[in-house]
Structures are given as C-alpha cells and as structure tokens.
Design a protein around this ligand. Structure first.
Ligand code: NDP
Ligand code: GDP
Length: 342
C-alpha cells in the first residue's frame, strides 16, 4: 500500500486529493494545525468512512522539529505539500506572516525530505500567480515569472527551492504551476465562493447586494477535483518535472457574476463605471451588485490564461469541467447547504 502525506489537508485541494488517494488505495496521512475548537476544515465534509481512514498529525509546517520527525516517522512514498497562506489579498495586509509561513514552512518540508526520506516523491503547490504582471497570454512553463504580490513572491521561493533541490540532490520534486481552481469547498473569501454563497442567500430572499472589487479581472478558472488528478499524475512519472495545469479559457469576474445569477434565473444589466458601477436585475431594476474600493488590490495580476499542452502531452491530463458547469456546481451546492442560506 502506497503511503501519502498531505500538508494543507484541511483546505480545498486537501479535500479532493484525500478522496482521490483513498479511492486509489493509498494510506493517507495529513498535517493539521491544532486549533482550540478542534475544527478540521474541509475534512469535516468528507464521508465519515473516508475521514476515519486518514491518519492525522497535529502540527505546523513552520515547526521544523515537528516536520522532520513526522516525515521520518511516516517515510511516505509521496508528499503533497499544499499548506500555505493562500489568499493573495491577505498577503498584502500581512506580508511578514505570508513570507514566514510559506517560505520557511516549505523549506522545512523540502529539507526534511532531503535529510530523512530521500526516496519520497514531492509535489509543491506553485501557482499561476508566479506570472504576475505578465503581458503575454497564454502562459506556459517557459513564460518568465513576474510575481507581484507577497503571496506570489513567497511561492516563487518555494518553486526555485524545489527545482534547485531536484537538480542539486537528485530528488523527485515537482512543481505544479496551477491556475485558479475552485469548487464547492473553496474558501469563502475567494471571489468565486463569495459570489456563489451570496447568490444562494439572495435566492433565499437576502435583500443586500453582493459587493465586489475589480469586475474586469480575467482568470483561468478550473474545477479543483480535476486539478488534483494532475497533481497525482505528476508523481507517477519516470522523471520529476514542472507542469502548468489550467483550462485554457479566460473569464472575467463580471462573467462569473452573470453566470451565477443565471443559475437563479436573474439577468444582470450593468450601469456606471469603476466604483460607481452597479449590476441591476433586468426584470425589476433591483440592485444586486455593487463595487467597493475595499476589495481592490494594490496591484492586480489580471491577465491569466494557461497553456496546459505539456501536461496533456506528458501526463495525459486535461480539465473535464467547463466554466458554466463549475459555476452551477458551486451555486447549487450553496443553495442546498442550509448554513449558507441563513
Ligand atoms: P487553502 O487555503 O484552501 O488551504 C491551505 C491549507 O494550508 C489549509 O489546510 C491550511 O490550514 C494549511 N496551512 C496553512 N499554513 C499552515 C501551517 N503553517 N501549518 C500547517 N498547515 C497550514 O488552499 P487550496 O487548497 O486552495 O490550495 C492548496 C495549495 O495550492 C496552496 O498552497 C495554494 O497556495 C496553492 N494554489 C492554489 C490555487 C487555487 O486556485 N486553489 C492555485 C494555485 C496554487 P488551516 O485550515 O489551518 O488554515
Ligand atoms: P486569487 O486569484 O488567488 O487572488 O483569487 P481571488 O478569488 O481572491 O481573486 C480573483 C480575482 O477576483 C482577483 O483579480 C481579485 O482582484 C478579483 N476580485 C474582485 N472582487 C473581489 C472580491 O470581492 N474578493 C476577492 N477575493 N477577489 C475579488
């Protein structure tokens, strides 16, 4: 039985990856930061049978002793290093925490493999945010990086550390340069889930509008369930390498909003510009969307479009879920989740 260790198992990708690896017969272990209420994040949404099979190690990736002893104990065949402060917006507010958590935490994990478990294959969760202020689209593995947020800069350090350790010490380390991927368990502060949760509430007679920042930001949004399959495939190859995973389709935040409201039979008409722009319901002029400065970023990385042809050629991976289906999955899930409808 193959052993896998997932850092960041309580997050969005941890949820889908746990399900995937359990379905493939892996023995799955996960690292969880202890909290006073003993919440286990997205793991609480797993089927109880699945949850019971996961071995939990309580600790923090920035605690080197804990990481070394955990990896030494498990000697996993595969590590999926997903743990990170992953919210770009927050990284502008707290760059120090973001750098410390993401860079030192990653260094601990990579060093522990190098020192204690050299045969472990490792996946590092890099990101399309590395491309940052890029002018050209689409972006692939050869596109130069121009990171423009503390989050992206912290991930660039992880990317280069994984790549240089691979070359220097002959380790099986892969970087997944993943474009945005969303789902029904996406964190509520990310724009897609913020939209789907609010649309579900409006469907349940919430009268307050959805308030957003930059509606014109363009992203390449896929479904997390498809993307974790690509992570797994990277570690099943003969040689370690880096891969872009994306959908190859670009949509604006505005389109996501329009599509989400369509799921509850509301058509949006836009009026005004910038922070004065509003989205009204076509049938009755009710204001459903407003814009606020509060949700704009100091600088924006807004032209993301991924070229996943290398992953398709080498891994045989391609995304399965189309944009409209992703929006529908998210809105329908939130409509059916009583907590989101209060
Ligand atoms: P989430 O934010 O949903 O999950 C992050 C996870 O990391 C949580 O389990 C969190 O634990 C854990 N974590 C953070 N800091 C620590 C720490 N110091 N010690 C232990 N655990 C910690 O992210 P996603 O699942 O969406 O993404 C997974 C990875 O992929 C992240 O590294 C992200 O940056 C990267 N990525 C994500 C993309 C996306 O679109 N989703 C795109 C490209 C890259 P807790 O529950 O305690 O907060
Ligand atoms: P990111 O791509 O990892 O930063 O994911 P987010 O979901 O946080 O942001 C996606 C895009 O939506 C970014 O370009 C944001 O500027 C834009 N956006 C517009 N309004 C909002 C909002 O209210 N919240 C968030 N999180 N992002 C917003």
């Amino acid at each position: 039985m193959k052993r896998a260790l997932i850092t960041g198992i309580t997050g969005q990708d941890g949820y889908f990856l746990s399900k995937l690896l359990l379905s493939k017969g892996y023995e799955v272990s996960g690292i969880i930061r202890r909290n006073s209420s003993m919440h286990q994040g997205t793991l609480e949404k797993l089927d109880p049978k699945e949850r019971k099979q996961i071995k939990i190690y309580y600790g923090d990736i920035t605690d080197n002793n804990f990481i070394v002893s955990t990896i030494e104990k498990i000697k996993p065949d595969e590590i999926y290093h997903l743990a990170a402060q992953s919210f770009v917006g927050y990284s502008f507010e707290n760059p120090t925490f973001t750098y410390h958590n993401n860079i030192m935490g990653t260094l601990n994990v990579l060093n522990a493999v190098k020192e204690k478990s050299k045969n472990t294959k490792l996946y590092f969760a890099a990101t399309s945010e590395l491309f940052g202020k890029v002018a050209n689209a689409p972006q692939n593995e050869e596109t130069p990086f121009m990171p423009n947020s503390p989050y992206a800069i912290s991930k660039l350090a992880g990317y280069w550390t994984a790549k240089s350790y691979r070359e220097a010490y002959n380790l099986f380390f892969c970087n997944g340069i993943l474009f945005n991927h969303e789902s029904e368990v996406r964190g509520p502060e990310f724009v897609t889930r913020k939209i789907s949760m609010k649309v579900a509430k409006i469907n349940n007679r919430d009268n307050e509008p959805l308030i957003l920042g930059n509606l014109n930001s363009r992203k390449d949004w896929g479904y997390a369930k498809d993307f974790v399959e690509g992570m797994h495939l990277m570690l099943q190859q003969e040689k370690p390498d880096d891969f872009v995973l994306a959908t190859g389709e670009q949509h604006t935040v505005r389109e996501f909003v329009e599509e989400a409201f369509k799921c509850i039979d509301k058509e949006i008409i836009w009026e005004g510009e910038g922070v004065n722009e509003i989205g009204k319901e076509k049938d009755n002029n009710k204001i459903l969307v407003k814009v606020s400065k509060e949700f704009f970023r100091p600088i924006e990385a807004e032209n993301f479009l991924g070229d996943y042809s290398k992953a398709k050629r080498v891994l045989g991976w391609k995304p399965k879920t189309k944009f409209k289906d992703l929006v529908k999955i998210m809105v329908e899930n939130d409509i059916n989740e009583p907590k989101n409808n209060e």
